[in-house]
Design a protein around this ligand. Structure first.
Ligand code: T4K
Length: 411
């Protein structure tokens, strides 16, 4: 075990021989997965609403406590299809502080994402900001349950009801989480989960739209399959959003492991909390332990006025030790293309997004991480803060070429 005061940036030797990733996939029972793959090969039914997809849909609907789950090839396509099925157009209000897929799912359908600010305490869309952005062209709101922490659904839906808007949620992070005693999945007209490899539950790639609206579920299913309503009859502008059987096999395997995965994530989260406790300017975001949570994200906020190093400096320190901390969702969608060019002044209305995005840092968790690893990662952070002047000097000498994100790590 390394002593806390050694950090690669100053002392030369990385703490970890291999990269530690944020989002290293969790893998369930291999034997079960391989048996399911054997079965699907025997059946020669590989995609197009196969039996494993149907089983996954039933089980996700049960978990989310909704009537319908429509599994898709990924959450981005699921968002696009849900947006189309809800007939959103014109302008839709979304947070800028989200993964860019939320905005792209609108823009690709020539709907303008209008960026609302967040509540800096929760990192989710601020209902007050929504109200101020509504115009005659606004047709809907997409809230994002960032880090699996719920939006203020009651306030959002009250505004939407009053102003005649549709509401849906990007729940990519929030499978297995609850809000006011109700499972996420049942809020708004529909919600969208992601089952990407890096997510709490993975199906390699995958996603789903969940809803308790029978008519909407029928439409979503048809739109997922090009809009076909019979062999030769197309009734919607659909796409190919289908989930394959092998992805469903992985999803079912992951689903069998979710209690274990919550336990692992919670154990790691508690270890990070204990290790980082009391460090000036460093705070771990909290979860409401009275609700259900998947604890999939370990999110640290670095207060630049108090901490001895900035978020970006800490990221450089951690990367030197092969801890690939991430800066999600920096710099915010409004600072990414095409939004940066299309809406150059959007940032003026996003003071909290602009303040939060440069402070947030995500640390690795999941099955690949043990409390001992957490101890070492936090030891690096503590040492770096204690030796801040030396860290700054080395970074200044190395110059801008080593900015985080300048190079992508090898797979
Ligand atoms: N809405 C929200 C709020 C989202 O966060 C996301 C996705 C979506 C919608 C869209 O969902 P999908 O269409 O993806 O279903 C990652 C994920 O790709 C993305 O799914 C996720 N959010 C986002 C927060 O993170 P990247 O490009 O930053 O990371 P990526 O995919 O390179 O993976 C992160 C690290 O994990 C890698 O450095 C290496 C490691 N890794 C990754 C994969 C795929 C592995 O070790 N093994 C692997 O198989 O976006």
């Amino acid at each position: 075990m390394r002593r806390d005061q050694q950090i690669a940036l100053l002392d030369g030797v990385p703490a970890f021989a291999e990269h530690l990733h944020v989002g290293r996939p969790n893998i369930g029972d291999r034997a079960k997965f391989l048996a399911l793959v054997g079965d699907l090969l025997d059946r020669r039914w590989l995609t197009n609403d196969g039996p494993l997809v149907k089983e996954l849909e039933r089980r996700i609907a049960d978990l989310a406590d909704v009537k319908h789950c429509v599994a898709m090839c990924n959450a981005t396509v699921a968002l696009e299809i849900a947006i189309r099925a809800l007939e959103l157009r014109g302008e839709v209000i979304v947070p800028s502080y989200t993964f860019v897929a939320t905005a792209h799912a609108l823009q690709r359908q020539e709907i303008t994402p209008v960026f609302a600010d967040i509540d800096p305490r929760t990192h989710t869309i601020d209902p007050g900001a929504i109200e101020r952005l509504i115009t005659p062209r606004t047709t809907g709101v997409i809230g994002v349950h960032v880090w699996g922490r719920p939006c203020d659904t009651a306030a959002i839906e009250a505004i939407a009801d009053r102003r005649g808007l549709r509401v849906m949620y990007d729940a990519a992070h929030a499978l297995g989480c609850s809000h006011r005693g109700r499972m996420i999945g049942g809020f708004g007209a529909c919600e969208v989960f992601s089952f990407h490899a890096t997510k709490f539950l993975n199906s390699f790639e995958g996603g789903a739209v969940v809803t308790s609206d029978d008519a909407l579920a029928v439409k979503l299913r048809l739109m997922r399959n090009f809009g076909f309503a019979g062999y030769d009859r197309v009734i919607y502008l659909g796409t190919n959003g289908k989930m394959t059987e092998i992805c469903a096999a992985m999803g079912l395997t992951s689903l069998d492991a979710i209690d274990e995965l919550v336990g692992v994530n919670r154990r790691n989260y508690d270890a990070y909390r204990a290790e980082l406790w009391g460090l000036p300017g460093i705070s771990l975001i909290g979860y409401d332990h009275a609700e259900r949570h998947n604890y999939q994200y370990v999110v640290v906020e670095v207060d630049p006025d108090v901490a001895a190093l900035s978020r970006d400096e800490l990221v450089l320190v951690l990367h030197a030790d092969n801890v690939l901390a991430r800066k999600y969702f920096w710099p915010g969608c409004h600072r990414m293309e095409p939004y940066r060019s299309l809406q150059p002044n959007a940032g003026l209305l996003l003071p909290h997004t602009e303040r939060v995005a440069p402070r947030v840092l995500l640390l690795p968790t999941g099955q690949a991480i043990t409390p001992e690893i957490v101890g070492t990662v936090c030891g690096i952070i503590r040492s770096a803060l204690a030796r801040a002047a030396a860290v700054r000097q080395v970074l200044a000498e190395r110059g801008a070429s080593e900015r985080p994100g300048a190079a992508m790590p090898d797979p």
